[in-house]
Design a protein around this ligand. Structure first.
Ligand code: HEC
Length: 169
């Protein structure tokens, strides 16, 4: 049996650790490469949006810009996908949020809604914006430009309220 002194045992231990780490790295890399082969596309993007909210209504520039910058990636057909959203597993997350977001509210289909549905949507928009649930916090990590200040939240909230009142008239 080999008797190791304290120093060489330490060296051996650290080499073993490095070996395990480089193996782990390789396995992770292999997994990352392999999951790219899993089929599945990001939700479709449409350029022609005849029923879009912004295309059919004269909105105040500030409101239009806020909606476009902070909401349209998930709540319209005009999603702008950054390069990394094409790489799994980010792709799955972005795909899921875009699909669910459009289902809950799609500004590109705004004019197809009844007055009642528009009012319901507007009240939800006000609520989501005021309670800071939207835009989704995870989205803000990579989209600093979508972050809303307190004042901008107020602007959107008031827009939703006024628009809803106009629909009643
Ligand atoms: C990263 C994607 C993403 C962004 C950006 C985003 N949303 Fe959402 N939104 C979702 C998803 C996903 C849902 C559905 C699940 C949920 O309610 O959390 C949703 C749901 C909603 C709903 C419906 C809530 C309900 O009560 O059913 C409203 C209203 C809404 N969002 C408004 C907004 C507004 C306004 C903005 C911009 C200020 C915005 N969202 C930005 C993903 C997003």
């Amino acid at each position: 049996m080999k008797v190791l002194n304290h120093g060489s045992r330490k060296i051996e231990e650290s080499m073993r650790r490095k070996k395990i780490l480089s193996w782990l790295g390789l396995v992770l890399l292999a997994i990352l490469v392999l999951i790219q082969l899993i089929p599945g596309k990001l939700p479709e993007v449409r350029k022609v949006v005849p029923n879009d909210l912004l295309a059919n209504n004269t909105l105040n520039d500030t409101v239009a810009t806020l909606l476009k910058n902070s909401c349209y990636d998930c709540h319209s057909w005009e999603t702008q996908y950054p390069w990394y959203s094409h790489v799994a597993p980010v792709k799955w997350l972005v795909g899921y949020d875009t699909r669910e977001g459009r289902e809950a509210l799609n500004f590109s289909e705004w004019e197809t809604l009844s007055i009642r549905a528009k009012m319901k949507a507007l009240s939800e928009i006000g609520e989501e914006v005021e309670s800071k649930k939207m835009p989704m916090p995870i989205y803000l990590i990579t989209h600093a430009e979508a972050r809303l200040t307190e004042q901008e939240r107020q602007i959107l909230y008031r827009w939703a309220e006024n628009y809803s009142n106009q629909l009643l008239e």
